[in-house]
Design a protein. Structure first.
Length: 238
């Protein structure tokens, strides 16, 4: 894709963004910074080719495209971050969105935000996270690994405590934060609701919710399925 094509596609994205997305708190990345194309902008440009008739692109295809501008790039993560964290309506096969293959992405629309996006969810915690970590004795609420020491289960990994959502449907603020290590905070992010002890107590309210429950039931034992079935029947009866 040459410079003219990149600029033209970026202007298209900008037009839709100004018309439909600014009110949702979705930010348009700059096209160029310090003389280089911005990675987020490049991924949006590639995913929006042919809009509104966009194509499904694998992570490998996005990485190959990025190599034209950043030859050392090994694994493009921008598509994943642009949706859940930044609000662009990009479906992910890994999350089970839109029934596309795992490891692939598709821009659904430039007129609506990603369904699970909450504009103030990732604004940043302004409270005293050190005090929260101290209350947990500087340990991950979920697995118990201690900050600065080797992870309990991932040998060779030094624990870094992060601000983990208790309920990802609400802002990252005091009362909705538990300390989680980088291992526990990544794979389950935006899927589960945790209590103060770091235990999963519910499925987060998002378009992933129904899929997660279905996968759980699919992998459950017949006995557990029957127990759940009887429990649901009792709820309906009430």
């Amino acid at each position: 894709m040459n410079k003219e094509a990149i600029k033209k596609q970026y202007e298209l994205i900008k037009e839709y963004h100004n018309k439909y997305l600014t009110g949702y708190g979705i930010k348009l990345p700059e096209l160029v910074s310090n003389g280089k194309y911005v990675k987020d902008a490049l991924v949006l440009i590639k995913l929006s080719e042919g809009y509104p008739n966009t194509k499904i692109l694998s992570k490998e295809e996005l990485t190959k495209f990025m190599h034209e501008f950043y030859p050392d790039t090994r694994d493009v993560q921008q598509a994943r971050h642009l949706s859940m964290q930044k609000g662009w309506y990009i479906a992910s096969g890994t999350r089970g969105d839109a029934k596309i293959p795992s490891g692939s992405y598709k821009l659904i629309t430039l007129e609506k935000p990603y369904p699970a996006f909450c504009r103030d969810r990732r604004e940043g915690f302004k409270g005293n996270f050190d005090a929260i970590k101290k209350a947990y004795n500087y340990r991950c609420a979920t697995c118990g690994s201690k900050e600065g020491e080797e992870h309990f289960f991932r040998k060779g990994v030094i624990v870094q405590l992060q601000e983990g959502h208790m309920n990802p449907a609400y802002p990252l603020k005091e009362g909705n934060i538990i300390p989680q290590c980088q291992v526990c905070n990544r794979p389950d992010r935006n899927k589960w609701v945790y209590d103060k002890t770091g235990r999963v107590i519910s499925v987060a309210v998002s378009q992933d919710g129904a899929r997660i429950v279905k996968e759980f039931l699919k992998n459950a034992t017949p006995i557990l399925r029957m127990e759940i079935f009887e429990f649901l029947k009792s709820l309906i009866a009430k």
